[in-house]
Ligand binder design. Structure first.
Ligand code: B12
Ligand code: SF4
Length: 394
């Protein structure tokens, strides 16, 4: 039996890898859980663009034979460097997306470095989200889920399935997938986590029928960072509920209303294992490994332009004795020596040499420190972080 299957659902740009599930997979595996990480995003996008679907949508013959090679070209290093073959393939994919877009109720367009997926239902309204679930046969990714994703997950017989939702574009696709998994795997705990859930916390805790409907397809939502809550939830699923010890950051329906666990104590980043990047094959000429070495931006409390810090455990809201709420930010950064080790091990084990730091904050002093650690290991970092072996004397 698999303990957890962690799924990255559509839609997300196919050129990027989000590191959240890679962190969670490595964390759970280090604790001894059997975990399978699955990318359902890029395979779903490619399924939408398959020749059979294009034929139904009325695409011309040359596109039906050309779409497979065009998709393969997205990962072809020689075509990237020759430029023209890459551009021709990219143009065909863009045209194919306009044909699908015209034939389906959802919006599905690929252009420049963007994928635009917008459900025909409004992902910001609870009743619309549940209406999309009820109308799931018309959902853009329904056939991919029915034919590929749900059977593949069912074969693994998981104790828990976790879906990752970074922003609103992934919410309806995740709820539709959850509803299909609920039917295929009635005994499996289905949870949804990810950045958006931190922002929807109050709504998902609301004691009203619109929120209650969400819990007909999902067993729980996990807000903020998922490492400790997921491990604690798995413990509970195996060993039973510990009385009066609700699982941190997990919101569940207790039969009458949603009930929330307490906050987690933020995990220190030197305690995290190296993320597990293997599930993803983005549309890039060589594999890219995504990693995140801070949890939050150091300007929290100073800059109020964006709400990035609200998605991390780093920020706590403490009520003072005078009733005022004070926002406190605890700096968390993975030590650069450890980051250098992560890169060196990935490079040594898999030959990977392209790394994508998804942090919103990366100080020059820390970049220089990282470079020194890499140089000490005989590795040189280029501006796009492509690693090359060099002799130690260089
Ligand atoms: C890097 C980044 C990008 C890069 C992506 C590069 C890449 N390699 O992926 C780019 C520039 C492409 C990008 C684009 C966009 N982004 Co962006 N992005 C980020 C950023 C800065 C970092 C994401 C990250 O790596 N986090 C680090 C990992 C470790 O954290 P995490 O993914 O949240 O995962 C943790 C938890 O969420 C949780 N978790 C995650 N999944 C799961 C699953 C389960 C089951 C559980 C239990 C827990 C769990 O546990 C994880 C580990 O602790 C975030 C802000 C942020 N700090 O997260 C914004 C952010 C996610 N992006 C945002 C937005 C709006 C966008 C765009 C829509 C912008 C636009 N208008 O085009 C696009 C959409 C892209 C898409 N969906 O296709 C918003 C989303 C707001 C929201 N939640 O509704 C954010 C939060 C920034 C913000 N505050 O505005 N983005
Ligand atoms: S990420 Fe940028 S905009 Fe957001 S709080 Fe930090 S400095 Fe401000």
């Amino acid at each position: 039996m698999t303990d957890a299957v962690l799924v990255f659902p559509p839609s997300y740009y196919p050129w990027f890898v989000a590191p959240g599930l890679s962190h969670l997979t490595a964390w759970l595996k280090a604790k001894g859980w059997a975990v399978v990480q699955r990318d359902a995003n890029i395979p779903a996008i490619e399924h939408v663009l398959r020749p059979e679907a294009l034929a139904v949508a009325g695409a011309p013959g040359h596109m039906l034979t050309g779409i497979g090679p065009a998709l393969a070209t997205m990962r072809d290093e020689a075509a990237h460097h020759a430029l023209e073959p890459y551009l021709a393939a990219k143009r065909m994919i863009e045209e194919a997306s306009t044909i699908i877009d015209a034939a389906v109720p959802d919006t599905f367009l690929i252009f420049r470095n963007t994928l635009k997926y917008i459900s025909a239902y409004d992902a910001r309204r609870r009743e619309a989200v549940m209406a999309a679930v009820a109308d799931r046969e018309n959902h853009l990714f329904h056939d991919y889920y029915r034919d590929v994703e749900v059977p593949a997950i069912a074969t693994l017989k998981p104790r828990l399935v976790g879906l990752s939702v970074n922003d609103h574009h992934q919410l309806i696709p995740s709820m539709v997938l959850a509803s299909m998994l609920r039917e295929a795997l009635p005994d499996t705990h289905i949870t949804i986590g990810g950045n958006l859930i931190a922002r929807l916390k109050t709504t998902l805790e609301a004691d009203d029928p619109l929120t209650a409907a969400f819990y007909t397809v999902v067993d729980s939502f996990i807000h903020h960072e998922g490492e400790q809550p997921l491990a604690a939830l798995l413990e509970e699923l195996v060993h039973g509920r510990v009385a009066n010890r609700p699982v941190p950051q997990v919101i569940r329906f207790d039969g009458a209303r949603p009930v929330s666990g307490p906050p987690s104590v933020p995990v220190q980043l030197d305690q995290l294992p190296r993320p597990d990047p293997e599930a993803y094959r983005p549309w890039t000429p060589e594999p890219v490994t995504a990693l995140n070495i801070y949890r939050g931006c150091y300007y929290s409390g100073i800059c109020s332009f964006c709400d990035i810090n609200e998605g991390y455990d780093t920020v706590v809201h403490e009520r003072q004795t005078d009733g005022q709420v004070k926002v406190k930010f605890r700096k968390r950064l993975r030590p650069m020596a450890q980051v250098a080790e992560d890169l060196a091990v990935w490079h040594g084990e898999t030959g990977r040499r392209t790394f994508s730091f998804t942090d919103e904050w990366f100080r020059v002093s820390e970049m220089l420190e990282l470079g020194e650690h890499l140089a000490a290991r005989g590795l040189r970092a280029c501006c796009r972080m492509g690693l090359r072996n060099v002799s130690r004397s260089q």
